[in-house]
Design a protein around this ligand. Structure first.
Ligand code: PRP
Ligand code: URA
Length: 209
């Protein structure tokens, strides 16, 4: 799986541990998701191209690097992926934002798509797909299929917590996609929840049950 990057930063690990705590309330949970997304974004955007531009400082004129080339699109998988958008927009405020709506069928755990609206055209953009949880991998694989069907090419996927099963499935289905993970957990349980995980990310972000 050479398209997978497990992020090893202590700040990311610490904040994920706080997320896992069942006593962490909605307000703090939302803030943590946003902060982790920003820290992960810092790592995931390391390869953005830069170009030297001329700037006049108060002292002299110099050539100095600025982000160049490809434009960005952030595409959260609804609902939980929405929680990561603010953290990434703090880094890249001019990015466009698309949305893909998916929910898992409670019995089969298969993803069901209910919404898709992407920036148009999307071909030339670097696309960051966000979802805090990569469990069976079904939602992420289908969301990226949909983005590719709309012409998306240069795609990165960010999950805060992944299960080995989902990571393998996504990496094999989309070997061209760079996958960034904050923490690789142990396994899935019989309800396809990640163990130890953090429970239902969407419910914890939005305070639903
Ligand atoms: C959760 C999560 C992912 C999906 C992961 O969404 O946010 O999208 O499950 O599971 P998978 O890897 O097995 O597909 P959920 O279906 O609970 O919808 P929600 O975000 O609206 O709560
Ligand atoms: N979706 C979640 O929100 N949590 C899990 O553990 C698995 C899927």
């Amino acid at each position: 799986m050479n398209n997978v990057y497990i992020l090893e930063h202590p700040l990311i690990k610490h904040k994920i541990s706080m997320l896992r705590d069942k006593n962490t309330g909605t307000n703090e949970f939302r803030k943590l998701i946003e902060e982790i997304a920003m820290l992960m974004g810092y790592e995931a955007l390391r390869d953005l191209p830069v170009k030297d531009v001329q700037i006049e400082t108060p002292i002299e004129t110099c050539m100095t690097p600025m982000i160049a080339g490809r434009k960005l699109a952030i595409v959260p998988i609804l609902r939980a992926g929405l929680g990561m958008v603010g953290g990434l927009l703090a880094l890249t405020p001019t990015a466009k934002v698309g949305h893909i709506g998916m929910y898992r069928d409670e019995e089969t755990h298969e993803p069901q798509e209910y919404y898709c609206k992407l920036p148009n055209p999307i071909e030339e953009r670097t696309i960051i797909v966000t979802d805090p949880m990569l469990a069976t991998g079904g939602s992420a694989v289908d969301a990226i299929n949909q983005i590719k069907a709309h012409g998306g090419k240069n795609i990165k996927f960010m999950a805060i917590i992944a299960a080995p099963e989902g990571l393998k499935k996504l990496s094999e289905a989309h070997p061209d996609v760079q996958i960034y993970v904050g923490q690789l957990d142990r396994c899935l349980n019989e309800n396809a929840y990640i163990c130890p995980g953090l429970g239902d990310a969407g419910d914890r972000i939005f305070g639903t049950k």
